[in-house]
Design a protein around this ligand. Sequence first.
Ligand SMILES: [Zn+2]
Length: 253
Amino acid sequence: MTSYAAAIDTHFPNAMSVPDFLSEVTETVGQLGIVAERTLALVSICRDELTTDFFHAVETEWGSSFTLAGLGGVPALGRTGWQAALAHIPETAGRGALLVFGCPHIGIEEDGSIGFTIRDGQTRPTATCGALSAILAQSQAGELPTAVDPDDYEATSLALRLVDPQLPPSGLVELTMAALDAIEVDLWKAIDEAAVWRDHDVAVFCGVQIHGHDHDDRIWPRDAWYCGADGHRRRLRLGAAHPNALDLDAPVA
Ligand SMILES: [Zn+2]
C-alpha cells in the first residue's frame, strides 16, 4: 500500500473517486425522482481552485449550479444569498428539487503528508485547505481572533465558528471534521427555516473532498439525507455495497 493510500485508509476509509461518488448520487436520488431537469444544485465548497474540478463535475451532471461557500467550504452567502439560491429552483417540470453538496477539503500528498498539495506549476507543497491550516496554526500559537475582522471576514468568522479555544483541535483532520459539522448544521438551518421541502424535494450529501496528487480527487461521503413534502428528514444510503440505496426507515438525524 502506498503512503497516500495508507493515509486515506486511516483517515477517510472508503473514500470514492469523484465520478463514482457522483454516479452513486445520481442513481440514489434518481430512485426518488430527482432528475436534472427539475433540480437546482447548490455546492458548498472552499474557494480554492483545487475544488473547482468537483464543481465542474457537478455542473456536467446537474447543470449550472449555485455556490454557497467561502473559505473552508462553510456557507458564507448569508440570508440574502440563501434567498436568491432558493428562488432559483426549477418549477416548469412540476415540483422542483434541490440537490445540495457540502464538503470541506484536505490535501494528501503522495508521501502521505496530510494537509498539503503540490499544485500545477509549482514544485513545493502548499497548505490544503489553506484557510483551515491557518486557523489551526493560530489555534496552536494561541493567536485565534476574538472578533470578526471586516478585512478578513471569512477566515475570522470561520475561526470563531470552528474553534473553541478551551477545546482546540488536535490536528487538521479534526478541524476539517468541525468544518463538515458546521456545513451540515448551516445547510439544514437554511433549508428548514425556509421550509424548502414544502414545495421542493431536498437531497443533501456531505463529506470531505480529498485532493491527491495531480487532481486525484476523492470524496469521503459521511452523510446523505432526503426530505420530501412531509418535512421529515431521512437518511439515504450511498455506496455500491448497498443493493438498495434507499434506506428511508433509518433513524432521522
Ligand atoms: Zn480551502
